[in-house]
Design a protein around this ligand. Structure first.
Ligand code: NAD
Ligand code: IPM
Ligand code: MN
Length: 348
């Protein structure tokens, strides 16, 4: 398995580098045969030589790698986050990673949130009219093609069914944004014909966010257009206990290529302090291992993460007094104990 690592900016490298330490132990235990190659794409390179996503990057990634393990992008020296759009949105679009799976791991209940990841308000079509350097009109177009919405909804319904889920909610805003809204509703209703066992619901995104906070237990699977899914995933992360704990997987169902990254950003307010919560990044590695069919290693890592989250070694965002490194050291120690308890190397 060949994995490109893009640590990025701020706390991105802190969480990515601390999480990667568990890989040799997982390899010893489960024989992963995983090879990492790091790329320095991010703010420093952008500021030094103006390069965001280097030319040929997409072709190279498709040819030489199976997946990307990604940290975060965002740097106070680049207030527009132009480099973040070029690199991260460039990877999502360039690699057709149109399914963004962001599970909301609530106490005792998981909501499978699927976010469309390449279109909608993120297509980058628009412009500004300026008068003496002052913007007077600004346009960002929201564009959806039936093809992508259909493939996305179909994948979400099939994946939810494979996970044993039966209740699916479409999130939209068709009352105020009628054109793309109606397209989503029409595709959702059409595709449901192939899934007669599914109990389907539709919710306006504002009411959905309200109900998600008030009564998360009513949702099982959620399908959302790009921006609504982005917002809902941070609301969901708050319900999970913190933004630092939420993982994500951006997948191209056709090629099976995946980009795995925590939901959070570069957190400039705590960058460099060594206290970033690595759980969201570690759980993104869990999703990567799972996607590669290594459920054994994925389950072991998730179990050890959960056990360590019950100690005082958690980072301050979860109320503990630990550092990024101390927390991951405790996860590492648990994995090593698991190894000696098993007393043998499995899978090699
Ligand atoms: P953020 O997610 O970086 O931080 C929001 C809040 O959550 C901050 O208070 C931060 O300290 C806290 N937080 C986030 N991750 C944490 C962690 N692992 N451990 C502990 N606390 C954590 O969002 P923001 O501040 O709005 O954005 C900062 C920069 O990151 C911006 O440039 C933004 O564009 C970018 N961003 C990038 C991504 C990405 O690369 N996928 C995602 C979101 C934001
Ligand atoms: C996320 C982030 C990105 C998004 C930004 C940084 C472009 O918020 O991954 O959730 O909006 O998709
Ligand atoms: Mn976001």
């Amino acid at each position: 398995m060949r994995v490109a690592v893009i640590p990025g900016d701020g706390i991105g490298p802190e969480v990515v580098n601390s999480v990667i330490q568990v890989v040799p132990v997982l390899d010893d235990l489960f024989g992963l045969d995983i090879e990492f190659t790091t790329f320095n794409w991010g703010a420093d390179r952008w500021l030094a030589d103006g390069v965001g996503l280097p030319e040929g990057a997409i072709t190279m990634l498709q040819k030489d790698f199976d997946a990307i393990f990604f940290g975060a992008l965002g740097d106070p020296r680049i207030p527009t986050t132009a480099h973040g759009r070029e690199i991260l949105l460039g990877l999502r679009r360039g690699l057709s990673l149109y399914v963004n799976y962001r599970p909301l791991l609530l106490p005792g209940h998981t909501i499978d949130l699927y976010r469309e990841n390449t279109q909608g308000l993120y297509v980058g079509i628009g412009g500004r009219v300026e008068n003496a350097g002052v913007a007077t009109v600004a346009i960002d177009e929201c564009v959806y093609t039936r093809d992508i919405v259909t493939k996305f909804v179909r994948y979400g319904l099939a994946d939810a069914t494979a996970r044993g889920r039966t209740k699916v909610t479409l999130v939209h805003k068709a009352n105020a944004v009628p054109n793309t809204g109606a397209l989503w509703q029409d595709v959702f209703r059409t595709e449901l014909a192939q899934f007669p066992q599914i109990e389907a619901n539709e919710e306006y995104v504002d009411a959905f966010c309200y109900k998600l906070v008030r009564d998360p237990g009513t949702f099982e699977v959620v399908l959302a257009p790009n921006l609504f899914g982005d917002i809902a995933s941070d609301v969901g992360a708050a319900l999970m206990g913190g933004l630092g704990t939420a993982p994500s997987a951006s997948i191209c169902p056709e090629s099976r290529f995946g980009l795995f990254e925590p939901v959070h950003g570069s957190a400039p307010d705590i960058a460099g302090l060594g206290i970033a919560n690595p759980v969201g990044a570690a759980r993104s590695l869990v999703l990567l291992l799972d996607h590669m069919g290594r459920t054994d290693a994925a389950t072991a890592l998730e179990t050890c993460l959960r056990e360590s989250m019950e100690t005082t070694l958690t980072t301050p965002d979860l109320g503990g007094s630990g550092t990024t490194r101390a927390f991951m050291d405790s996860v590492l120690a648990r994995l090593e104990r698991l190894g000696s308890a098993l007393g043998t190397t499995i899978g090699k």
